[in-house]
Unconditional design. Structure first.
Length: 395
């Protein structure tokens, strides 16, 4: 029986030569997941994933016959990455879940597109599209996408119990695509599944939270997380969604660490350690939450003093956390962004050139001159600083 497509699309990425080469090698393959969803929504498509009824071995052989390399990047889950024009395209064999434990699934291959769609998380992620742009929708994803309704495929409680990360994924998609009243069945399943979040790895939790926070406006989703007990489960150190809302209303950047810093009321170091943030993420989160903050009443000399010791992006971040969207704070950020970073123009060799003996005294002298330079608004040039160094050395 021939299936009838639910829609036809002509997104620009279908003309991509690299993608066309992969699809030509695998004529039974279709694009799946986010690429189809975002093409239907008229949004930019970042990642392109494919699925096929062919087994991983058959996929590898077909790619080789077409002169394309492949890498078995997810053998246990049937995923092969095709390499074309220096880029990778993940191709996964159609699957059905054999067994799940709330964190991972044991799967079996299938050649049934409906069966594969039935195991996916949300209806808006369960659609597939051929190389010709024919969209197949077995679970009502097109209608849900148009209505702004994030709905689990099948029974919500079963979908959540299969993988508790789907709770956080729900809020990621709700923040980006949801409109109007959320699906009650989904909310009931999420509320009941909150204890299961404790079974997830910290890395998976942080990965999904970041994706919630980068949505254009995550405040509705975060408020819903608070209402259902999800926020307290993943950020037990304490949160204030109203502070996040103020940052978003002020048109602050969609920076996940900045938004996390706004949301948190508890110990940021404890959050960073528990969620296993990278070293750079941890350092930035703590720096955003502490240290001197620029304010609208500061003159340029005061701002230069701050810039001499702190990167501009951190000062701008702190200004977003401390301020609002008023004209005064906007003007402050404009001034701050326009100021070059002041660099103290002296080094140890400048002291040695005066005939001073190497040792701790040189460091003390340079620090004193640097403080003089800071007090003057960081505008004294190298010649003026050398003259001050000589004066202090002579005294």
């Amino acid at each position: 029986m021939t299936e009838a497509p639910a829609a036809h699309l002509s997104p620009p990425f279908l003309a991509d030569p690299a993608l066309r080469a992969v699809l030509a090698a695998l004529p039974e393959a279709r694009l799946v997941g986010g690429a189809v969803r975002d093409a239907l929504a008229g949004l930019p498509v970042a990642d392109i994933d494919l699925a096929t009824p062919q087994s991983p071995a058959e996929v590898t052989a077909a790619l080789a016959r077409s002169g394309l390399r492949s890498v078995p990047t997810g053998a246990a889950h049937g995923t092969v990455t095709a390499l074309a024009d220096g880029r990778g395209f993940e191709i996964t064999t159609l699957r059905r879940d054999e067994e799940t434990d709330g964190r991972r699934a044991r799967v079996a291959w299938t050649d049934d597109w409906r069966e594969d769609a039935a195991r996916r998380d949300f209806t808006i992620n369960a659609m597939s599209m051929t190389a010709a742009g024919a969209v197949f929708d077995y679970v009502g994803g097109i209608a849900d996408l148009r209505a702004g309704w994030v709905r689990f495929v099948g029974e919500p409680a079963l979908r959540v119990a299969e993988d508790y990360l789907r709770i956080l994924r729900y809020f990621r998609f709700q923040a980006r695509y949801g409109r109007g009243e959320p699906d009650r069945a989904a909310l009931a399943a999420i509320a009941a599944g909150v204890p299961g979040l404790a079974r997830l790895s910290a890395e998976r939790v942080w990965s999904e939270l970041k994706r919630v926070f980068v949505a254009p406006d995550p405040t509705g989703a975060v408020g819903l997380m608070q209402r259902l007990g999800v926020l307290a489960a993943v950020l037990p150190e304490g949160t204030d969604p109203a502070a996040l809302a103020r940052l978003v209303r002020a048109a602050g950047p969609a920076d996940p660490l900045l938004r996390l810093a706004a949301l948190l009321t508890g110990d940021a170091a404890a959050v960073a350690d528990r969620l296993r943030l990278s070293g750079a993420e941890r350092e930035r989160l703590l720096a955003l939450r502490g240290g001197p903050t620029p304010r609208p009443e500061m003159d340029d000399a005061a701002l230069r003093r701050l810039l001499a010791d702190t990167p501009a992006d951190l000062l701008l971040g702190r200004s977003w956390l401390a301020g609002n969207g008023s004209a005064a704070w906007a003007a402050l950020r404009t001034r701050l962004a326009a100021l070059p970073k002041p660099v103290f123009p002296l080094e140890g060799r400048d002291a040695l050139a005066l005939g001073l003996a190497p040792g701790p005294a040189i460091g003390l002298l340079l620090r004193a001159v640097r403080q003089w330079w800071l007090d003057g608004g960081c505008v004294a040039d190298a010649a003026a600083c050398r003259a001050e160094l000589a004066r202090r050395a002579a005294g």
